[in-house]
Design a protein around this ligand. Structure first.
Ligand code: CA
Length: 222
């Protein structure tokens, strides 16, 4: 026992999956098809993270959610399924090829009507949403795209998410590289800069969860 976060080895991780993950058949099929794409499958969130995010949707009663970085649509499917029937999930990505994989399963799971896909650079999409009067119109946001744009997504997100709304940011531990001073590549530095900014940002309340590759929860203060 320890007052520090437990180290999760393979055996313990399998146990966590065994006793807590309730992945639907459609989500499992989507994960398997994504795994077959090879190395890029690392960009998919883990099943326990998908379940945690869906839990947050349910817990907060979110109706409208925004995502930056949809990839093959696992998080979109998990979260859209947890939204109410009249909920809306706006999914932003640059890749038709990857999001096409997701569309198939969104249809199969019966959540496609809740999901609006916006293909194109997400900074532009978010700026367009603001220009269309969508400020303060989202209850939740998930940021999981190119790391060098994280600060921009976060700042735009703070305008798009309502006071009291939640912004989730993925990969904030970046395989541990953020804590290694020798790691100076631009992705690592971008994530470090975001983490440091959020630490002292009094517009939000903050929690960094060591789940997956590190997930930050930032709630816009009311
Ligand atoms: Ca990610």
């Amino acid at each position: 026992m320890s007052n520090r976060t437990i180290q999760v080895d393979e055996r313990l991780y399998d146990y966590i999956l065994d006793v807590s993950v309730r992945e639907s058949g459609v989500l499992r099929k989507l994960r398997e098809e994504t795994a077959a794409l090879g190395g890029v499958a690392r960009m998919q969130i883990s099943p326990e993270q998908g379940q945690f995010m869906a839990f947050l949707v349910e817990l907060t009663g979110a109706r409208r959610m925004l995502e930056v970085g949809t990839f093959t649509g696992y998080s979109a499917l998990a979260c859209a399924a947890a939204l109410p029937p009249d909920g809306e999930f706006v999914a932003c990505d640059v890749s038709k090829e990857w999001t096409d994989v997701g569309q198939k399963y969104w249809q199969e799971a019966g959540v496609a009507e809740k999901i609006t896909l916006k293909l194109g650079p997400a900074v532009e999409t978010l700026q367009t949403l603001l220009a269309q009067g969508q400020g303060n119109a989202f209850d939740m946001m998930f940021i999981d795209a190119d790391k060098t744009s994280y600060l921009q997504y976060y700042e735009l997100g703070l305008k798009l998410v309502r006071p009291g709304g939640l912004i989730l940011i993925d990969n904030v531990l970046w395989g541990g590289a953020v804590a290694d001073p020798a790691e100076l590549d631009e992705d690592t530095q971008a994530i470090r800069a975001l983490n440091e900014k959020l630490h002292t940002d009094n517009r939000i309340t903050l929690s960094l969860i060591p789940m997956g590759d590190g997930l930050t929860l930032a709630r816009r203060r009311i």
